[in-house]
Structures are given as C-alpha cells and as structure tokens.
Write a protein that binds this ligand. Structure first.
Ligand SMILES: Cc1cc2nc3c(=O)[nH]c(=O)nc-3n(C[C@H](O)[C@H](O)[C@H](O)COP(=O)(O)OP(=O)(O)OC[C@H]3O[C@@H](n4cnc5c(N)ncnc54)[C@H](O)[C@@H]3O)c2cc1C
Length: 339
C-alpha cells in the first residue's frame, strides 16, 4: 500500500509506495517531471507541496534551501510521501513512450578525443530495443553496484548501428573513469540503466536558441543540436563551447562541418586557459562570453550542460539579463554520491 499523489497542475493521480521517491513513482506511471541528477544535487526536480506531508530525504542545502522548504518546495527525486499528498509540478510532454531499462552491453569503438576525454560506444544485444530522446543520459552500473552517469552524444537511429556514444572525461582520482582510460577494451561487458533526464530539445522552430557546453557537456548538446537540425535546419542557434584549451574543444572539426551546412548556426568557442599564441577566439569564462554577446536573453531558449559551477553561473548571470527561468534547460554534471 502506498499514498496517492495528485498533481493539481493537470489533475493526474498516481500511487507512490511507502519508500518510493515521488519522482520514481511518477516515472513508473509514465509521468515525466523535469529532473536531472537524481541525487538531490542539481535541483531540477523541485516541486511544490500543496497539502499533506513528505519526508524530504537527503539533499544538498544549495539544491533546496530552508526558505524554499518553508515556501512548500521539495525535491521529487529524494522526497517520499508520508500520507496522501497534493503537489504542483510541471509535466514534460514527450511524443513517444520512453521505458527505463537495465541492459547489458558490450564496448564497441573506443576513440581518444583528447588527453583526458575518451569516446566510448556501447553496443546492445541485437534482440534489445533501447529508445531515448537525444540529450538524455544513462547510468553505468559498476561491479560494486555504484552508478556513474554519462550523457548520450548521438541520435537513437545512429545509436542502433554505431552504439550509444558517450564522451567520458577522466577524473584522476575517480573510482570509474581511470579504468576507462587504463584498461577498458573492445567487447568488454558492461551494464547500464536508462535513459534518464529531461534535457530534451523543446523549442519552437521560430525561437532563437542559445546552447552552452562546458567540456564534455558538449556530448548532450551534440544530440540536441543534431535533433534540432533534423527537425528544422533553419533554426537559429548560437552555440558556445567553453573549454580549458584548444585541445579540449575535442570535436571542433564536427562543429566546422555544421557551420558549413547550417546557415543559422553561430559558434563561439571560449578558452579559459588559453596557451596558444594563434588563438583569436574568446577567452575567459563561457558564461561571461555569453553575457557579453547579448543585451537581453528575454527572447531566447537557453540550453546548458557541463560542470555544476558552469551551469549555475550561466543560470545566475543570464537570469540577471531577463532570461525566462522556465525556458532554461540544463544538465548539471554533478558527481555521484560517494559510497
Ligand atoms: C546527468 C549527468 C550526466 C553526466 N554526463 C557526463 C558526460 O557526458 N561526460 C562526463 O565526462 N561526465 C558526465 N557526468 C559526470 C560524471 O558522472 C562524473 O564525472 C563521473 O561519474 C566521475 O566518476 P568517477 O568514478 O571517475 O569519479 P568519482 O569516484 O565519482 O569521483 C572522485 C572524486 O572526484 C570528484 N569528481 C567526480 N567527478 C568529477 C568531475 N566531473 N569533475 C571534477 N571532479 C569530479 C568527486 O567529488 C570525488 O571527490 C555526468 C553527471 C551527471 C549527473
């Protein structure tokens, strides 16, 4: 037996089991609320509690402040219902059914994109269907049960033939990523669960769009951009890619190809630690470069993915220049909880 959760926004109702988070219960019922890390860190799944009580679960203070709690906010990815509750939550409409699955896979192609970035393709057994929306992510399940999240960099139709594309940055003291750099090889067996997240391309064809990638935050941006161009090759998109140095812009040649093909794409690479003399592009922090370029962000849909500090800086600085917060879509690459 569980408790009923009613979403006042659209009148929908589902049951949440006693120890089940509101987000898991909603997903089980094929209801997709905006969410990101599922660890109580990124804050993307914040909703309002209108009646009843919840156990707030474990979360970072910056993801849900005491003041927000007093205002009735909670994080759907951590909170569990303690009685029947009524909430107010946005619901993301997707035109296809997305089933979250746990699947085995084999490592396919492995490509070194930079000193500390590897592109890994995961091949599924031929009998398995795996559907996702470009921009979503998967959790790789490690042998000890820990999970590590990585965004999918290609389109579903490409993933079927070439494998699911991941851009993995080395975290030198990390539990998982050093293994990818030191010992992973083709045909190794792995397991993952997914797809997760609501970082989808959801802009009207006439809407001007800004996409901002930080480092390997380019991976979901690549999926979002390719999907956007499949649907409307004339969409106006300004892509910013923030990286430490030129080598970090590890798919610069692909972006050059896009620039030749899509007339309304503009590209601004931004280096924070430039040490090449011939660099004529922007330098500094990517959010500053975006802010310098535009007086106001009122008319834009903005997509940002990469390190949490970059995503937060983009949100803070663009909000001060009229960005509509409900038109800000993000995936913050928060770290997994340490077990
Ligand atoms: C939704 C989502 C999507 C993501 N997509 C991608 C992706 O496409 N590509 C990608 O490279 N990463 C991505 N990440 C980040 C990635 O999951 C972590 O960097 C990775 O899990 C690190 O694993 P690890 O076991 O090597 O390090 P851990 O053992 O988890 O970490 C070891 C130490 O390093 C710190 N740390 C962990 N990760 C980072 C980091 N990224 N930068 C700096 N310090 C870190 C931790 O605080 C910890 O102290 C994503 C994260 C989320 C939540």
């Amino acid at each position: 037996m569980g408790f009923s959760v009613t979403n006042q926004r659209n009148g929908s109702q589902f049951i949440a089991d006693k120890k089940e988070t509101i987000l898991d219960a909603a997903l089980r019922d094929n209801r997709i609320y905006p969410y990101g890390c599922r660890n109580g860190v990124c804050g993307a799944c914040k909703c309002s509690l209108l009646s009843g009580t919840v156990d707030y679960g474990e979360y970072e203070d910056f993801a849900l402040s005491d003041e927000e709690k007093r205002e009735g906010k909670f994080l759907a990815c951590q909170a569990t219902a303690l009685e029947d509750i009524v909430i107010d939550a946005d619901e993301v409409m997707v035109g296809q059914s997305i089933q979250i699955k746990m699947l085995p896979c084999r490592v396919g192609k492995i490509e070194r994109l930079a000193d500390d970035v590897i592109c890994l393709f995961l091949m599924l057994p031929k009998t398995q269907e795996f559907n996702f929306i470009p921009g979503q992510y998967i959790d790789i399940i490690l042998k000890d049960g820990q999970r590590r999240s990585f965004s999918i960099g290609n389109l579903p139709e490409d993933a079927k033939t070439e494998g699911i594309e991941l851009h993995i940055r080395l975290v030198p003291d990390g539990h998982f990523t050093p293994r990818v750099f030191e010992s992973i090889k083709q045909r190794d067996l792995m397991r993952f669960e997914g797809p997760f997240g609501t970082y989808f391309f959801q802009s009207e064809p006439t809407k001007p769009v800004i996409m901002i990638a930080g480092g390997t935050g380019f991976s979901p941006i690549k999926g979002l951009f390719e999907q956007a161009m499949n649907e409307n090759p004339n969409q106006s998109i300004h892509l910013f890619w923030g990286a430490r140095d030129q080598e970090d812009l590890y798919m610069g040649q692909l972006v050059e190809k896009w620039l030749k093909k899509y007339p309304n794409l503009k590209y601004t690479p931004v280096l924070s630690e430039n040490n090449t003399e011939n660099w004529i592009g922007a330098t500094g922090w990517v959010h500053d470069a975006v802010c310098e370029e535009y007086e106001s962000f009122e008319e834009f849909d903005v997509y940002a993915s990469g390190p949490p500090i970059m995503v937060n800086s983009v949100r803070d600085s663009l909000s001060k220049k009229n960005m509509h917060i409900e038109r800000f879509f993000f995936d913050s690459f928060d770290f997994a909880p340490q077990n």
